[in-house]
Design a protein around this ligand. Structure first.
Ligand SMILES: Cc1ncc(C[n+]2csc(CCOP(=O)(O)OP(=O)(O)O)c2C)c(N)n1
Ligand code: SF4
Length: 253
């Protein structure tokens, strides 16, 4: 079969249907990442380190090299890869469960090292792949497969605000939270993802983008309702913003 991606020089793999559920935010984020890589002309020297979860399939849809890391360890794999191949561009791509539950320690130490690697954390407030269990970013009161009466702060604490945790780290040079709730939000997310890669291309330091997305299946919601939730409850708590942008030498913090 003709390879359409190669024919048109596209990073996004045009020959494959994704395994993402209809309406899944991963589809949008995967596309934005592929577009950023393509626009920066770094396709030949970029490698994805994916975590475990639905985002672990993201590299199937991009014509770039990839490593599937063990659960939560993608940032550590990325550091090792960058030390060995500093001229290459390395990014991690995973959900909130992988990135900030089992992977929180690896994530924060990688960020604090300040090495030029990039992390994309796709936050849908649940463990999507395994059936919608509570994750560290599950909202207060949110019913999940493991919080039948809703997340209770007395028992499960508060939803983690990951970029806010990284604000004090000097080696973090681009830090943002975006969403895919609306077309305007998607355009902003695209800009931040591109800047995160640019930050690494220029060797400035660590870059991180959280993208708030719907998981209609894990939330047991219709696609339309899951996007409304993303535009309202989710982004009311996880406020989209650029916290720091040293690609412009501007500290917004
Ligand atoms: C060591 C280990 N523990 C647990 C699991 C089961 N598991 C697979 S994916 C996953 C979480 C996925 O959630 P998230 O990272 O939020 O990604 P999503 O599927 O929502 O995109 C878990 C707990 C595993 N594969 N390995
Ligand atoms: S379970 Fe959720 S995160 Fe996984 S593919 Fe389906 S909608 Fe996306």
């Amino acid at each position: 079969m003709e390879n359409l991606s190669a024919k048109y020089g596209k990073t996004l793999n045009l020959d494959k249907l994704t395994s993402y559920c209809p309406g899944c935010g991963h589809g949008v984020v995967t596309r934005l990442v592929a577009e950023a890589i393509e626009e920066l002309g770094i396709m030949e020297r970029t490698i994805a380190i994916v975590g475990i979860g639905c985002g672990g399939f993201s590299h199937h849809y991009m014509d770039i090299d990839a490593i599937e890391a063990t659960h939560g360890r993608a940032p550590s794999f990325a550091l090792g890869y960058k030390l060995a191949m500093p001229e290459n561009i390395v990014f991690t791509y995973a959900g909130d469960g992988d990135t900030c539950a089992i992977g929180l320690g690896d994530l924060l130490h990688a960020a604090n090292k300040g090495m030029p690697i990039t992390t994309i954390m796709v936050n849908n407030t649940v463990f999507g792949m395994t059936g919608g269990q509570m994750s560290p970013t599950t909202l207060v009161g949110q019913v999940t497969a493991t919080t039948a009466k809703g997340r209770d702060t007395a028992l499960q604490g508060y939803p983690l605000l990951v970029p806010e945790m990284m604000r004090s780290m000097e080696g973090v040079k681009f830090l943002a939270r975006e969403s895919v709730a609306t077309p305007k939000a998607i355009r902003k997310a695209k800009r931040s993802i591109r800047k995160a890669f640019e930050c690494q291309v220029r060797g400035l330091g660590y870059s991180f983008v959280e993208v708030v997305v719907p998981c209609p299946t894990g939330l047991k919601m219709r696609v339309r309702d899951s996007y409304a939730r993303c535009a309202n409850e989710m982004t009311d708590y996880f406020k989209p913003q650029v916290f720091r942008d040293e690609t412009e030498q501007v500290d917004v913090a």
